[in-house]
Design a protein around this ligand. Structure first.
Ligand code: MN
Length: 137
């Protein structure tokens, strides 16, 4: 069991993420924007952050930079949830400090496999594994 903060402004995506994560035995903290997400990450114990990139106001890349520049939150892995699929996006996402990413709409099994990789060190699906990361976090 892990505590997973999901920062996502789309209610349907949030609902799906919650359902999948809870079905896999995890606890979910929801945030609808970056400010709310940063507040939760600061004030609560969080094992993993799932960060939508396109958010109203501060976007997910900027929010990730804030988390990775703070002593108290820097060690928490951040996985980007992205609808972007353009060349160069992967580099932008990793440059912002994200530890990995998964494109929406995602395969449900791949999604849970990626989450479990970051919280339990289990093997991730190859298409979501960051190439610059060791096999075990
Ligand atoms: Mn969004």
């Amino acid at each position: 069991m892990a505590i997973i903060l999901v920062v996502e402004d789309n209610p349907a995506n949030l609902k799906l993420a919650r359902f999948l994560l809870e079905s896999a035995g995890h606890e979910v903290i929801e945030a609808a924007d970056a400010a709310e997400g940063l507040a939760h990450a600061e004030s609560e114990h969080v094992d993993l952050v799932l960060m939508d990139i396109q958010l109203p106001g501060m976007d997910g890349l900027e929010a990730t930079r804030v988390l990775k520049n703070k002593e108290t939150t820097r060690a928490v892995p951040v996985i980007a949830l992205t609808a972007l699929a353009m060349k160069g996006d992967r580099e932008r996402i990793l440059a912002a400090g994200c530890d990995g990413y998964i494109a929406k709409p995602f395969n449900h099994d791949d999604f849970i496999a990626l989450v479990n990789y970051w919280v339990h060190g289990s093997f991730p699906p190859p298409d979501t594994r960051p190439a610059n990361r060791p096999m075990n976090p």
